[in-house]
Design a protein around this ligand. Sequence first.
Ligand code: GLN
Length: 475
Amino acid sequence: MSAHSISSIREGLAAKTFSAEEIAREALAFAEAENPKTNAYLALSPERALAAARAVDAKLAKGEDPGALAGVPVAVKDVIVTRGLKTTCASKMLENYVPPYDATAVIRLEQAGGVIVGKANCDEFAMGSSNENSAFGPVRNPMALDRVPGGSSGGSAAVVAQGTAVVSLGSDTGGSIRQPASFCGISGVTPTYGRVSRYGLTAFASSLDHIGPFARSVRDAATLLGVIAGRDEMDATSAFSPVPDYTAALTGDVRGLKIGLPREYFEGLASETGDRIHAAVETLRKLGCEVVDIQLPHTQYAIACYYIIATAEASANLARYDGVRYTLRSASAQTLSDMYRLSREEGFGAEVKRRIMLGTYVLSAGYYDAYYLKAQRVRTLIAQDFAQAFEKVDAIVAPVSPFPAFKLGEKVDDPVSMYLSDIYTITGSLAGIPCMSVPCGNTSEGLPVGLQILTKHFDESTMFRVADAYERASK
Ligand code: GLN
């Protein structure tokens, strides 16, 4: 199971080496056996998986095209809604929420023959960088069980790294796909803002939220993105621009491409992580890329800017969890206002409350101009930094995280140090450009390091081309 890719499953199905149902059963059994070690799945979905797998087998028996993801076991982050399957957002608030509809990304991957094996653990409402903010316990990194898998999509990364799913869906607001991908030694992609419909993605910070794929190869990530991308009538922010065949970009040839190294991302990176990134840059140079130094001068303001905008939007988005509708309702409330207050007090975890308070503060009268409005202006400057850089280069490469996976518990009492760890991922999110993490070796302790590749809006093809060429050269 763990060795499968999208294409090895396609070939095996065509050659009748196995059926989709057999693959699904194997994945479910493997996930059940592995989960006590990592806590990466919040729930498995055997009925839905087997029904989807049988549908693929039936299509094959009739000689019909079973789709680009035929029989492929997929996990879905538990902030993405699935009809009839609990979607908790790793929060007590939604512990018993069973959505009446599917997210568009879920519909598209099932239409392509994908088999949803379960819902992946994450930080509560996708707020965090270590998966320790889940109300249902942290996820352990399958590469080093005493360490975090990263966050917030820690479960989605862990299941792909351990091989209980071939690919998965995560969400990224400020790094939640790239950082766990780098910590777990797999690829993770944040597409252009608007490239993938967010219909059915639980809103955290709507101007920053993305859905994107995790995979063990660049090719599988490109295939999955091709399936879920594209305009969706149900999400007014989804883009109209046509979706190219991303796998066509995987030529292995990057000669003549101009790669920018942002000076600000390499200052103070004298570490094993830095060594791995520098070695990866050398590999790209040997492959024929022209490497040039660039500047992204507003990088230093990115963390402050993000933690104002993201918390402001979160405070508004999370107002809907009021104890009235589909959420937890406090049993001890006597009055209506007590019901709101106690339900929110009992339902939300500490980090979510911290963000709601920060966000309410930066939006409040008297502080709005000083914080929120200013952060919006800084965001524009950060986006302009990238736009100017892409006049000179085809892609930018950078680290994903200043350090590899840290130990469970190491940063839980220090939210500021946790926020600071997002320094290299947040800028791309604020600019809304495509960015991904591709594995670039391990530290001496055997901890994976990720190389970040960023390109201009809607140029996922160049990003995949660079990542794939690097992946081939580094094998
Ligand atoms: N770690 C960042 C945060 O805590 C990013 C989270 C995300 O991308 N969902 O907000």
